[in-house]
Design a protein around this ligand. Sequence first.
Ligand code: OXD
Ligand code: MN
Length: 595
Amino acid sequence: MALTTNKSILDWIDEKVELVKPDKVVWIDGSEEQLDALRKEAVETGEMIKLNEEKLPGCYLHRTQPNDVARVEDRTFICSKKEEDAGPTNHWCDPDEMYKKLYDIARDSYKGRTMYVIPFSMGPIGSPLAKVGVELTDSIYVVLNMAIMTRVGKAVMDVLGDSNDWVRGFHAKCDVDPEKRYICQFPEDNAIISVNSAYGGNVLLGKKCFALRIASYQGWKEGWMAEHMLILGLQNPKGEVKYIAAAFPSACGKTNLAMLIPPKYLRDKGYKIWTVGDDISWMRIGKDGRLYAINPENGFFGVAPGTNEKSNFNALESTKKGTIFTNVLHNLDDNTVWWEGLNKDLPTNAIDWKGQPWDASKFVKADKSTYGAHPNSRFTAPAKNCPCISPEFDKGEGVPISAIVFGGRRAKCAPLVYQSKSWENGVFVGSAMASETTAAAAGAVGVVRRDPMAMLPFCGYHMGDYFQHWLDMGKKLGDKAPKIFNVNWFRTDDEGNFIWPGFGDNMRVLNWIIDRCEGKADATETAIGYVPKPEDIDLTDLDMDIDTLKDILTVDKDTWTKEAAEIEEHYKKFGDRLPQEIRNQLETLKANLEK
Ligand code: OXD
Ligand code: MN
């Protein structure tokens, strides 16, 4: 039975039913009873494997097709009416042409199948910062993942009422044919269509498609921000909590920072990190003029390999119940899961992510083809499982952001941390953000990839306009604007070893950041911004001397002169939609370097 009388929704569903011809239509009401019946059905058909109820209660394993294991940026389109509005960083197609192509692909594809209608809220239901979507899908896996990653059910339709302000998400699994796979956003229509995939990032339409690509466009039009940022709360010994939002390109440890456990001596003093979000932040100006953020998601869709008790205890704990694992290794000995980097106990009786018997004796670290879990294998875990989930997580008002942090992986260039000189200067820092490729990804190692605000694959409109939107938000925020910082945990020595220990020790840097926001720490002005006085980064209990710290705080003029030239090159593609203010910032940097 339909969970709403909203005509815009019912008409849209009728239209899609006519197109794909399902055998039946089922509304997802979010009840445990209904979800449990779907879990049972998925186990019966082999779509999911029920794991050891004692060790991993309520957990399941799913395998995707080997050709369908990651987001596909080359098949992701922003279909704005005008090509120039998608900008130089997105693939574009004319919306009419794309609708026709996608409808031709999806036509009749639900025959013999069920259409699931998922009403979902991004953000706590009814929060002034939340938004509503409806996803149609023919995949139980999608339904069950959406029920973890978002708030699902009738209450969502009740708060929407008759409003037309909802996002249309239409997914059709079709034949999972990579040649006909398309992930398309139609920002001017509030619509998303995804066909021929069944992998999370392509089909959980609330996540990247809505909460970033569509929402970034909505935020631009409506005066708020949708960002690829974690949100954490830093609690000091007095019990005060200050919030930080941080953007990093993939493979820079976003989930680890969001769930950081401080070093023992800081824990003993009473410091603690609370996780609000690990991937996406929606931010609006509150009544007091400050910037408030919510995490629009309700779960973590995290990368499994490398997650272990040491690297991220809290993430691992989050996966111990009610979690769906995708493309990890199945340990047949005790019907649990395993992935590279979980521990040193390689399972000897196991099935790999492709569904084949796994031979642990052939495992070679340098050869991914011998891995038991896919390098992009995932866990979909409820946020409420996380031991350090913020008490504010479920509150609709959002948390006031004191600092915005950008970062990337730079072997030599950026210092451990620096503060931008102003909001405008911080926007410049974000627009020039870059990370060097690692051996973990295919292709050459050490190649600099510019990824402004970590939004390169996720900005739903022209990036030049996006930078201008950031500048405009800064004008509205005035002196209430969060301070903007840049961090780099990845400076290396001459042998290529990381100098900074990272992980929990990053807390030492976060403390400096908060001290700066409160005017409690000094700094040295450099050509790029304010760098800590070495004695202000607390090295207690750390095997690092002050000279080594000084070394990773240096700003080398030659390196930065080269960097400025590369930024200039990077800006060329934005043409005259690059805001003049950003150009001025680059000119100021160049002049500072010449001083
Ligand atoms: C993600 C990503 O999956 O950024 O979160 O790729
Ligand atoms: Mn992400």
